[in-house]
Write a protein that binds this ligand. Structure first.
Ligand code: SF4
Length: 689
């Protein structure tokens, strides 16, 4: 064994830091990570990676990793064996189910777990506890995009691949900052612009790096994207710049849509959004003249009370202009975490089964009832937002949470922490002792991606294998192993020896994954769902049919919902988002010394205009206060933001300055995704610098 430790080993893995899905070889010697080497065989990124993929892996060997189960005794956590911890969990969860019913429990999966693990957590909820109360953290980001797509074109995923985006004549990004959130994808867009003359329109509150490079930059007022998108659709129809043949042949409800459009004139849009009529005209003209348009969107769209409506409006504009079914066209929500797409595909959602089939589909539900030997309700379970409401009200008694720092990630962090304190029993499974873990009764040490086998599905719907590069640290375990142990202590008889056994079951039960197998994903191979039994996959969707029984798309007929109103004294709009070097709230990337050195703290971006008006200098300490809480940060004066707009990175290096202490509980009207982007604050200057 000692000799083996000295040998250098190369293992193929898939990056865990964003939804682009870069793959590369990780070179290890024992537990030491020597380097990350991308190769030309990597289907998404070839020889590229970004800083996180290349250098962000220190967290795997961090001294702060959890290495043994912990059980709460009073105010302390004491070390326990796996048997003690799992037995306690089995007894407590079974007790709650027997006393209050399975619906008194909630199961929260991470969007960082593998597909196989997301599948098992939903199976645990549905088969063992007979509840649909299972969700994952796409609830906090991408659910509105999925919702908008399902209602219009029928699949909750990107229409094509990153290559299809590169082939577009025009790319429009809305409320997304790919340079920092999806760096390798951004590079591909930038090269398409340079090499092929692809045009780029960026719509955002903040003039970030990609906006600086765009052919046209739109800066609409916060929460008004729906209006300019819908007005463009009307304007293009009125000018004859739409695709009448495509609409007549491939869409079901054009007449109703025309009625909805009536009031969305350019005058109205200009008044609501603050964009000039000329800018709107120019945008429409660029779409009309382009040989194919792709629209990419992110959380600037989805984390609003009308995130689903606006996602629908994006699809509507693409439908009106015939921009589906060919390379260089389509709708591309940019998935944030590495496995947001896969966690949803695997049914870790309260409203759908594995394989993207809704609970209301009787045939699909019966197929799973038969396989699981239980009856499954067609009613949706609780979202993780509603699990917290239930916990606060006392109706939800226990939560089993995997890889999610809810106490920092959910909006209105103080309210979340109250709710978690109110649970009878709370299990947290994670790599680190997170803020959320402080509220747990049992904490289980999990293994990160480099320590296990499995598959991830990237933003393109591309399924790729990752291979175990190093052994689990000390007594930590892969999530799939832990979930199986808990299931079996609660009466199940699962017998999976390897994640490939789980994928075989998924393929047997889910038509969209019928042809997926570990053999077909060997090495650098990948498959893009839906995958037929023969192994034929479908990188570009909607070439002939949309995913409805009649094959036709539907326009979304939702109306505009104005942004939330705040008392007048909250006079500044607070935006938040990512930085290139960090991942999410920073629980992993903050363990990397290089990243800590580069970004020792977060800051608030202030416009030169606002800084001059309030006497703020670079480095001034300011306090931001919303109706929900207050944080203190140093100011960074930059013209990336304009007027009364502020920007705070979401990576909370210090927990007491987490931006979610300021955000509120209102959420998207259809999916409950918190309206993180609709936050108003007031600002006091505490010290000049
Ligand atoms: Fe990882 Fe995303 Fe960077 Fe690729 S772009 S290396 S997937 S963080």
């Amino acid at each position: 064994a000692a000799a083996r430790e000295k040998r250098t080993k190369k293992t193929k893995t898939v990056c865990t830091f964003c939804g682009v899905g870069c793959s590369f070889e990780v070179w290890t010697k024992g537990r030491e990570i020597l380097k990350i080497e991308p190769t030309e065989q990597a289907p998404v990124n070839s020889i590229s990676t970004c800083i996180k993929g290349k250098f962000g892996w220190d967290f795997v060997n961090s001294d702060e990793r959890l290495t043994t189960p912990l059980i709460r005794k009073g105010d302390q956590f004491v070390q326990a064996s796996w048997n003690e911890a799992l037995t306690l969990i089995g007894e407590k969860l079974t007790f709650i189910k027997e006393k209050y019913g399975g619906d008194a429990l909630g199961f929260v999966s991470s969007s960082k777990t593998t597909n196989e693990e997301a599948y098992l957590i939903q199976k645990l909820a549905r088969q063992v506890f007979e509840t649909n109360n299972v969700d994952n953290c796409s609830r906090y980001c991408q659910s509105p995009a999925t919702n908008g797509l399902l209602a219009t074109v029928g699949y909750g995923g990107d229409s094509g691949t990153i290559q299809d985006i590169e082939n577009a004549g025009l790319v429009i990004t809305i409320g997304a900052n790919p340079t920092e959130g999806h760096p390798v994808l951004a590079t591909r867009v930038k090269s398409a612009r340079k090499l092929r003359g692809q045009k780029l329109i960026v719509a955002d509150l903040r003039k970030h790096e990609l906006a600086e490079r765009s052919d046209l930059f739109l800066r609409p007022k916060q929460g008004t994207d729906y209006v300019w998108l819908t007005a463009l659709a009307k304007y293009m129809i009125d000018k004859g710049w739409h695709d009448e043949k495509f609409i007549r042949e491939r869409i079901d409800n054009y007449e109703e849509y025309i009625e909805l459009l009536d009031k969305y004139t350019l005058d109205y849009a200009s008044e609501v959004t603050g964009l000039s009529k000329e800018t709107l005209h120019n945008t429409a003209k660029m779409i009309y003249e382009a040989d194919g348009t792709c629209i990419l969107w992110g959380m600037g769209v989805t984390q609003n009370i009308a995130g689903s409506h606006t996602s629908g409006a994006i699809v509507n504009l693409l439908l009106v202009t015939g921009n589906f079914g060919r390379t260089g066209t389509g709708a591309y929500p940019l998935r944030g975490h590495n496995n947001v797409q896969g966690s949803c595909d695997m049914g870790a959602l309260p409203q759908s089964l594995p394989g993207n089939e809704p609970l209301t589909d009787d045939e699909a539900r019966q197929r799973f009832e038969e396989a699981y030997g239980v009856s499954i309700s067609k009613e949706s379970g609780l979202t993780n937002v509603n699990m917290l409401v239930g916990a606060q009200a006392g109706s939800l008694k226990g939560i089993y949470l995997i890889g999610e720092d809810m106490a920092l990630v959910d909006a209105n962090a103080e309210h979340v922490q109250d709710a978690l304190s109110n649970l009878d029993f709370f299990v947290v499974q994670d790599l680190f002792f997170t803020k959320t873990a402080q509220f747990a009764d049992v904490i289980l040490p999990a293994s990160p991606s480099l320590e296990k086998d499995g598959t991830f599905t990237n933003t393109e719907r591309r399924i790729q294998r990752l291979y175990q590069a190093i052994e689990p640290l000390e007594d930590s375990k892969p999530d799939w192993w832990i979930i199986q142990e808990i299931a079996n202590r609660c009466g199940a008889q699962w017998n999976y020896h390897h994640p490939s056994d789980i994928m075989d079951e998924i393929a047997r039960l889910c038509p969209n994954f019928a042809g997926v197998s570990y053999e077909r994903l060997e090495g650098w191979k990948s498959l893009i769902w839906p995958v037929q039994h023969s192994g034929k996959d479908e990188p570009l969707l909607y070439t002939k049919r949309f995913n409805f029984p009649d094959g036709k798309a539907r326009f979304s007929l939702k109306e505009y919902v104005p942004p939330l109103q705040f008392p007048k004294e909250y006079d500044l709009t607070l935006n938040n988002g990512r930085l290139l070097e960090q991942f999410h709230v920073g629980n992993m990337t903050n363990k990397s010394k290089g990243i800590q050195y580069k970004l020792p703290e977060v800051f608030v971006e202030v416009s030169p205009h606002l800084a001059a008006e309030r006497g703020i200098k670079d480095g001034s300490l300011v306090r931001l206060r919303s109706p929900y809480g207050a944080i203190k940060l140093h100011a960074l004066i930059t013209d990336r933001v304009e007027g009364n707009e502020l920007y705070v990175p979401m990576h909370s290096v210090q927990h007491e300055n987490a931006v979610n202490l300021l955000t509120g509980t209102a959420g998207d009207l259809q999916t409950q995704t918190p309206a993180y982007k609709q936050t108003k604050v007031k600002m006091d200057v505490l010290a000049e610098n």
